[in-house]
Design a protein around this ligand. Structure first.
Ligand SMILES: NC(=O)c1ccc[n+]([C@@H]2O[C@H](COP(=O)([O-])OP(=O)(O)OC[C@H]3O[C@@H](n4cnc5c(N)ncnc54)[C@H](O)[C@@H]3O)[C@@H](O)[C@H]2O)c1
Length: 434
């Protein structure tokens, strides 16, 4: 049940529900207009996910939203109203955006208002440093959840997320994560073939997220430290987790899905390249404290190794992919080929992964067979955190060390107007795994 594919997972979950009499989700078997969506984090992904859920099924209403900044909630309202005017599934389904001045909330505590609203389907799409707290609030309130990846940035955060698993199951809640490859027909068919032995026993894996770089938002006049770091969040460890966690988690998740488990140890390297043209140079306070490249050797309990590489380095080559090698051949997983031959599958018509993940989540709620992807995404997130700890320290790190780590990166007494000291860029040999 941990990191299995959707069909197998549905079967297991249904069996568990039947055997234990776990509470049925209050919305199971719901009728028209039963999916009431609240959005936490109205930036690029939050607003994208809001459109995706409107296209995913009939009976969807957007009923509340939260962001740090009013301009984001306002732009979400406008974007959704414009989107619903356009011909397409969202409009033809009769889905609605009911956002107004009374249900758009702003500030660090605004998520609490969305969780307390009558939304029964919460989209969590802030940067990941906030995810454990937001997941805890949504689960405590008994809400179904679509959570973006990653779900934490450090060991203490992962422990908080894993601690929610029982409550999610007891309450019969559904949780789907933004590791959308798990909802892609090509990945599902390809990994099913691997599990059925198409490449024999898996002997090694490779995972890559190499690209020239990501956005950088320059500090604007008058911004406090907190405001600037939240605005330029990708570049600060406490809120982003570094790019191996923030981005490469997708490819690590695919490898864990293939292996049906997580690695038990790793040993890796990484650095922040002086003069990398993909970002400005400056002190960590000015330009952040994350690395721009990682190269990690992961080992699973059965001795299989996964080589992982991720970089944000201009003008280097791009490669976002996964490969599995077995005793009977090679699978280029993201290309959906096994020994050079395309795997046989069909994509659902006009529906990408970003929509499919919501269709699957809604269907699971309505059928009373709630998907729960919390453990899978938490384990993939910790896989990435473990790799980061190894590169930062220059030492091998075990799963238990990463899971039990005491390194809590979240600032104490976070306040939008406050000062947040920025730790130096980690130096292998000096940085200690705690
Ligand atoms: N699955 C995918 O393919 C995919 C793609 C893009 C982003 N993401 C994920 O989505 C998340 C957000 O990324 P993004 O690109 O939308 O970033 P973004 O900067 O565009 O949006 C983040 C929004 O969250 C708001 N925010 C920050 N802290 C908040 C808080 N405590 N409460 C409420 N709002 C808060 C910000 O003001 C901003 O509007 C990240 O975890 C990222 O990994 C996933």
């Amino acid at each position: 049940m941990r990191t299995t594919n959707r069909r197998a997972f549905l079967g297991t979950t249904a069996a568990t529900v039947a055997a234990t009499g776990i509470a049925r989700n209050a919305f199971a078997g719901g009728s028209a207009d039963d999916i009431k969506v609240g959005i936490v984090g109205c930036g690029g992904r939050g607003s994208g996910a809001a459109e995706n859920v409107l296209e995913a099924a009939k009976g969807v209403r957007i009923v509340a939203c939260a962001d740090l900044f009013a301009e984001r909630t306002q732009s979400l309202r406008k974007k959704l109203n414009d989107f619903l005017m356009k011909d397409g599934p969202a409009k033809s389904f009769g889905n609605r955006c009911e956002l107004n001045d009374d249900n758009c909330f702003t500030g660090l505590e605004a998520y609490k208002k969305v969780v307390a609203s009558d939304a029964n389907y919460i989209i969590l799409a802030t940067p990941p440093g906030f995810r454990p707290a937001h997941l805890e609030a949504a689960v405590a309130a008994g809400k179904n959840i679509f959570t973006e990846k990653p779900v934490a940035v450090d060991g203490p955060g992962i422990r908080r997320v894993l601690a929610l698993e029982d409550e999610v199951n007891k309450k019969g809640l559904a949780v789907v994560a933004g590791t959308q490859r798990r909802h892609n027909a090509g990945y599902i068919a390809t990994i099913k073939q691997i599990h059925e032995g198409a490449i024999g026993d898996v002997t090694s894996l490779r995972a890559y997220w190499n690209n020239p770089g990501i956005w950088f938002h320059k500090r604007q006049p008058g911004m406090s430290d907190a405001h600037y770091q939240l605005y330029n969040w990708y570049h600060f460890l406490w809120i982003c987790g570094d790019h191996i966690v923030e981005q490469h988690v997708h490819n690590l998740d695919v490898c864990n899905w293939i292996m049906k488990t997580h690695p038990v140890r790793c040993d890796g390297a990484g650095s922040r390249t002086p003069g990398n043209p993909s970002r400005p140079t400056g002190s960590p306070e000015e330009v952040g404290n994350i690395y721009d490249n990682f190269s990690i050797d992961y080992e699973y309990a059965n001795g299989v190794h996964m080589y992982s590489s991720c970089r944000h380095l201009a003008p280097c080559a791009s490669n976002v992919s996964e490969v599995a090698v077995g005793t009977k051949g090679v699978c280029k997983v993201n290309a959906f080929t096994i020994n050079g031959k395309k795997v046989d599958f069909k994509f659902p018509e006009k529906r990408g992964d970003y929509i499919q993940e919501h269709t699957d989540l809604i269907e699971s709620i309505r059928n009373g067979k709630p998907l729960n992807e919390l453990r899978a995404v938490a384990e993939s997130t910790l896989t990435a955190i473990m790799g980061r700890m190894s590169a930062y320290s220059g030492r091998p790190v075990t799963w238990d060390q990463a899971l039990n780590s005491q390194e809590d990166t979240f600032p104490k007494d976070l306040d939008m107007k406050g000062t947040i000291p920025v730790p130096p860029v980690p130096v292998p040999g000096k940085y200690k795994v705690t």
